[in-house]
Ligand binder design. Structure first.
Ligand code: ACO
Length: 335
């Protein structure tokens, strides 16, 4: 048994924020942001939108392209670090899609690597668990955790959702073949949004002391990042993980039709392409319009590339995610 990628879709919030807009709130400029990152605009989730809504829209489009009914979906992965509910967002998408078969739906949390982990998990559940139609959704709203006074991070992120339907098939031609996944908790110090400690639980008032311990009321701090360290990490490990996936798939660099990296920074994408000797016209990038959309960036870019006719059936895509955790990984895909 193998699996194939049979549909994709994406959705972005309505509000577009340009580099010039950001220059009104922090000491930066369009020139600096464009030159250092390649980003020009990003979309930001507003009060009347939700991550669940975006993710559901992306998933619906993927199902429509695949001509698969919601009732025939038997597994949903929501790859996100910013769900609408602390307990996970995937079941709400199952509800919004109206999947009558009560498919299993749960979240995968691995920041910007989440979607690659989701795709690989989908292929494993299909091969080992007999699942037939697996929706893999990458959706994030990092704007919820951005410090809008920190020019080193607030210029980078945008919100979005993207989805792919992975389907079981009998053919030898596999949609996800060869993967390589890693994490390094030590690198967390370079990129994190940790829990805030020792917040007072005001509702308890003075009664709190009767419990004999100070109960915690928790929330997460804003994203903190050592950009230079993350940049170095990405440029060195992404070529390595892609080489490892290629080797497992029995392929060479020259077999790559498209290089599809997590859209974090154009300089990272260019650096990796140069190291792998992939020509510029074989590199997918839509970072200029959306910024770093975390787990959504790969399916969002894939969806645009498929719908514009750039990526054609049967082509080989080397996809790689990297980011907080630290986590990173790659998979060789066939569209
Ligand atoms: N506008 C103007 N100046 C700025 C800005 C800004 N927005 N941000 C930083 N600067 C200044 C700095 O203060 C510094 O000034 P100084 O020399 O006077 O101290 C100077 O520009 C250079 O700063 P650096 O941080 O060294 O700039 P760098 O070239 O490294 O670019 C960037 C910063 C864009 C963040 C880059 O390091 C990067 O992209 N890193 C990778 C981020 C990433 O890929 N994250 C992915 C994972 S995200 C996730 O998983 C959630």
């Amino acid at each position: 048994k193998g699996c194939k990628l049979v549909g994709c879709g994406s959705a972005v919030p309505h509000l577009r924020i340009s580099n010039d807009d950001l220059a009104k709130i922090v000491d930066t400029s369009d020139e600096w942001i464009s030159a250092r990152t390649g980003i020009r605009n990003r979309r930001i989730l507003t009060g009347d939108e939700s991550l669940t809504g975006l993710a559901t829209e992306a998933a619906r489009k993927a199902l429509e392209m695949a001509e698969v009914e919601p009732d025939d979906v038997d597994l949903i992965f929501l790859c996100t670090s910013t769900p609408d509910d602390l307990f996970g967002g995937a079941p709400q998408i199952q509800k919004a899609l109206g999947c009558k078969g009560n498919p299993l739906a749960f979240d995968i949390t691995a920041a910007c690597s989440g979607f690659v982990l989701g795709l690989v998990s989908a292929s494993c559940y299909i091969r080992g668990g007999g699942y037939k139609n697996v929706l893999v959704i990458g959706a994030d709203s990092l704007s919820r955790y951005v410090d809008w006074t920190d020019r080193g991070t607030c210029i980078l992120f945008g919100d979005a959702a993207g989805a792919v339907l992975v389907q079981a098939c009998d053919s030898e031609e596999d949609g996800v073949f060869g993967f390589d996944l890693h994490s390094d908790g030590d690198g967390n110090r370079h990129l994190n949004a940790g829990i805030k400690q020792k917040e007072t639980n005001h509702e308890l008032g003075t009664n709190g002391s009767a419990l004999g311990f100070p109960p915690n009321r928790s929330s997460f701090s804003c994203i903190k990042m050592n950009g230079t360290e993350v940049f170095r990490f990405a440029v060195s490990i992404v070529p390595q993980t892609i080489e490892a996936s290629l080797a497992k798939a029995g392929l060479n660099r020259s077999d790559i039709d498209w290089l599809l990296l997590h859209q974090a920074n154009q300089r990272i994408i260019d650096g990796v392409a140069t190291r792998l000797e992939v020509p510029k016209d074989r590199v997918i990038s839509n970072l200029a319009n959306y910024g770093n959309t975390s787990a959504a960036s790969i399916p969002l870019a894939l969806d645009e590339a498929v719908r514009s006719g750039k990526v054609k059936q049967g082509q080989t895509i080397a996809a790689a995610g990297f980011g907080a955790g630290l986590t990173w990984g790659s998979a060789i895909l066939r569209w």
